[in-house]
Design a protein around this ligand. Structure first.
Ligand SMILES: *Cc1c(COP(=O)(O)O)cnc(C)c1O
Length: 365
């Protein structure tokens, strides 16, 4: 028996096949494939969805973070705070602009940035100036933004939200992506809003930052063929924009379905379940167990696919270990999470019978 996959972007396509196929055909027939009407419309529609004034579409979620950092003038000689328990992409973007990543621990229960450790880290830091703080709304759960924004304000440091896993999530009734100076999104196919290829977006309500990001995203061009400033090239294409426009109207319903599946899974089996939060959109449903590997084997034997997001904290990964001054034991809650977490399937197209299979397999552990 093939196990229920832990993610299923193909099912997301099939669920909206007619609308997506029509959108792709429209984009192909238009004869305009880069920075045309689909991209313009998607930027407006996504900004409206997030509740932000502006949206700059880009090639992927890593570029979205890099563009914001560059737009804020952050680079060599600066430090940027984020967490080590995240997609490595968050740290990749900081490294790409030449800034130094300063990594803080996560809350041991919710896995998002620990405000207490953030405060202590800033107080003890004597390296290059900290120019931004990037909380990650990991697994679709908003980080503790009241505490983080308060600390950031006291230190005069801007906050950039990494919303790659949290399209449509809310914190205290407010949309994530509107809480800091800017926010990044990824449209990688398995995200809550996924393209059928790569895509990303940076949103902000600061018109000056928006204007700088628009220049930077395409060679620093204000006018075609003339670079005002040195830039990069990161563009969402028309076909992906058309696909995202077809999928965006379904995002709120899909997130509600993720929450319903999470409610059905919660409480089953002798594992620690994620704490619910009102605005949690369950990009991942992550349980924890001291016997994680046995749990994964048991679930697999009962037809349930799983994944570990993420198995190695960024400060312990070979590619980045020399970029941060932290060794093993440096971030205890992060390192414990990496040993104990397990993602279960929670994608919106799961059928009721499949959800019951997952719940039953949990109970049998
Ligand atoms: C997916 C992801 C990214 C990067 O997105 P890409 O589109 O793959 O570049 C960044 N941060 C987090 C938390 C992610 O989950």
């Amino acid at each position: 028996m093939t196990p229920i996959p832990v993610a299923n972007p193909g099912a997301a396509y099939r669920a909206r096949k007619a609308e997506i196929d029509a959108a792709v055909r429209r984009a192909l027939d238009s004869g305009w494939y880069i920075m045309g009407p689909e991209v313009d419309a998607f930027e407006r529609e996504f900004a409206a969805f997030v509740g932000s004034a502006r949206c700059v579409s880009v090639g992927n979620g890593t570029d979205a973070i890099e563009l914001i950092l560059r737009g804020l003038g952050i680079g060599p000689g600066d430090a940027v705070v984020t967490v080590a328990h995240t997609a490595v992409a968050t740290v990749t973007a900081i490294d790409l602009v030449g800034a130094r990543p300063l990594l803080v621990d996560v809350d041991p229960v919710d896995f998002t940035m620990d405000p207490g450790h953030l405060e202590r880290t800033l107080a003890a830091w004597s390296g290059p100036p900290v120019r931004a703080i990037i909380p990650v709304h990991l697994y679709g759960r908003p980080a503790d933004m009241d505490a983080i924004l308060g600390i950031a304000a006291r230190h005069g440091i801007p906050v950039i939200e990494d919303c790659a896993q949290a399209h449509g999530a809310t914190f205290g009734g407010r949309n994530v992506g509107t809480l800091g100076v800017a926010a990044s999104f990824s449209f990688y196919p398995t995200k809550n809003l996924g393209a059928l290829g790569d895509g990303g977006a940076s949103v902000t309500s600061d018109p000056d930052l928006d204007a700088r990001m628009r220049l930077l995203k395409q060679y620093g061009w204000k006018q075609r063929y003339i670079s005002d400033i040195p830039g990069l090239n990161t563009r969402l294409d028309e076909v992906q924009a058309a696909i995202l426009r077809a999928k965006l109207p379904h995002l709120t319903g899909d997130n509600a379905r993720r929450r319903a599946i999470a409610a059905a899974l919660r409480g089953n089996g002798r594992v620690e379940h994620p704490r619910d939060a009102e605005g949690h959109v369950y990009h991942q449903y992550v349980v924890r167990s001291a016997e994680r590997d046995a749990l994964a084997a048991h679930l697999h034997a009962h037809g349930v696919g799983t994944a570990i997001l993420y198995p190695v904290p960024v400060h312990l990964q070979p590619g980045y270990a020399d970029r941060v001054s932290l060794g093993p034991g440096g971030l205890p809650a992060t390192e414990r999470a990496a040993r104990e977490i397990l993602s279960l399937p929670v994608w919106p197209e799961l059928e009721a019978g499949q959800v019951e299979t997952i719940a039953q397999a949990l109970r049998g552990f």
